[in-house]
Design a protein around this ligand. Structure first.
Ligand code: AMP
Ligand code: GLY
Length: 420
């Protein structure tokens, strides 16, 4: 089969790694891909939102299957577009993608189906939003109701911060015509849980824990994710059962009832407290960096899993995982998520040997013929698995110590919570 992977991050590199191990695959193309991905796939420079151009490429190259990594093209309706064209594509359609594309849509669906989540209110103007704050307690959570590249959520410790967050949203800081969702603050420990749904059936993938803040001990601003490990010990079988029964199944049933059955990866961001999970958010794709740890742990042929999902055959699918613990540590350019220097040189990458238990997934890198350059905020995702989480982390931190990259930054406490 000829496969196109859409996206350019370490998530998509890890997907290409898994796809490249499938005997079903003859060629992999990445749109647009990155330097690391170019070792496994042919990278094609097309804008991921330009569906017509992607279609021309797929026709010319007789592509059999498109796998979409990031949320933006899904929310823009790439699945609806290619279903009409008759090319197999993996992911939810535009309607179902609102689970991530509109926080208001997701909250309304939860409310209508008694899905445990934070209480909330939706507003389409500044005055009513600010007025509503008067009767609320702190902290309070202010969300832009649309895709905001992970930056649209403020957990406000004071009413001034909450008001400013509302003003920013209506001043179109995160895009035009965005509305506001105001949520009660939920306390607890966060975990990510993934399922793959075919419209009717679903299979559980695994849990993982992300590290969203830039600083050690979960301090400083939010990032795309600085590291992850899987499985997440807090997500035990009792919680899994509760989440499947009270969150995942009612969501899938509601979408089926709406005439838009959910197909693809569904990622539930959870807040767990006293042995009970509530939904923080839905994402409609694999997490980054959670995907990297799942891809190293999954034993199944991912292409077969995706084909079974598209063909509605997941009731026959069994997912198998390595018993190992897997971790990933993200190396970023110093300064991220703020300003950072571009095109700094990373020395020593050739010393790191890839294997079944260790992979370096690239996000923002390029190569100038002699040197590996860091071109983005998040740059590398060093990923390892082993019998214990602490051994997997040792492999990663030992590998990082072999790199010379003074302009690089990483957290030294990934996985610490699970080890204590
Ligand atoms: P979201 O984009 O909705 O996942 O929000 C990003 C992050 O904000 C989450 O991973 C949480 O850490 C935090 N967050 C969002 N909503 C809440 C909430 N209601 N209570 C506490 N923290 C929240
Ligand atoms: N790791 C968080 C995300 O992918 O949204």
């Amino acid at each position: 089969m000829k496969i196109v992977v859409i996206g350019s991050g370490a998530r998509e590199h890890s997907l290409c790694y898994s796809i490249s191990r499938s005997p079903l695959v003859s060629s992999i193309y990445a749109i647009p891909g990155n330097y690391g991905i170019s070792q496994l796939a042919e990278c094609i420079k097309i804008d991921q939102s330009n569906f017509e151009e992607i279609y021309s490429f797929c026709q010319k190259n007789t592509v059999d299957l498109i796998i979409v990594g990031p949320e933006v093209p899904l929310v823009e309706g790439i699945v609806d577009f290619f279903e009409i064209k008759g090319i197999k594509i993996f992911g939810p359609n535009k309607y179902a993608s609102q689970l991530e594309g509109s926080k208001g849509f997701m909250k309304d669906l939860c409310q209508q189906n008694n899905i445990p989540t934070a209480n909330y209110a939706r507003f389409n103007n500044k005055a009513d939003s600010i007025n509503y704050l008067k009767d609320q307690s702190l902290p309070i959570v202010i969300k832009a109701d649309g895709l905001a590249a992970g930056k649209g959520v403020t957990v406000a410790e004071s009413m001034e911060i909450a008001e400013q967050a509302i003003i920013d949203i209506f001043n179109e800081k995160f895009g035009a015509n965005m509305e506001v969702v105001i949520e009660e603050f939920m306390d607890g420990e966060e975990a990510s849980y993934f399922v793959c749904a075919d419209g009717e059936n679903f299979v559980s993938l695994e849990s993982a824990q992300d590290h969203k803040r830039i600083g050690e001990n979960d301090t400083g601003p939010n990032t795309g994710g600085m590291g992850a490990y899987s499985p997440a010990p807090i997500f035990n079988s009792k919680i899994k059962q509760q989440v499947d029964n009270e969150i995942i199944i009612p969501t899938l049933k509601a979408l089926q009832k709406s005439g838009n059955p959910y197909k693809g990866i569904l990622y539930a961001g959870l807040m767990i407290k006293d042995g009970y999970a509530k939904l923080v958010e839905y994402n409609i794709r694999f997490g980054d960096p959670e995907c990297q740890v799942l891809m190293l742990r999954m034993k199944n042929d991912i292409v077969q899993l995706i084909l079974d999902c598209i063909d509605g055959k997941l009731n026959k699918t069994q997912i198998e995982w390595a018993d190992d613990n897997c971790a990933t540590v993200v190396m970023a350019s110093k300064g991220y998520p703020g300003e950072y220097k571009k095109n700094t040189i990373i020395h020593g990458i050739e010393k790191l040997e890839s294997s079944d238990i260790f992979q370096v997934f690239h996000a923002g890198t390029s190569h100038n013929g002699s040197n590996l350059l860091a071109t983005g905020g998040r740059v590398l995702s060093l990923t390892a698995k082993n019998e214990t989480l602490s051994e997997a982390l040792n492999i990663i931190y030992e590998s990082i110590s072999q790199l010379e990259w003074p302009e690089g930054y990483y957290r030294k406490d990934i996985g610490k919570k699970a080890l204590s």
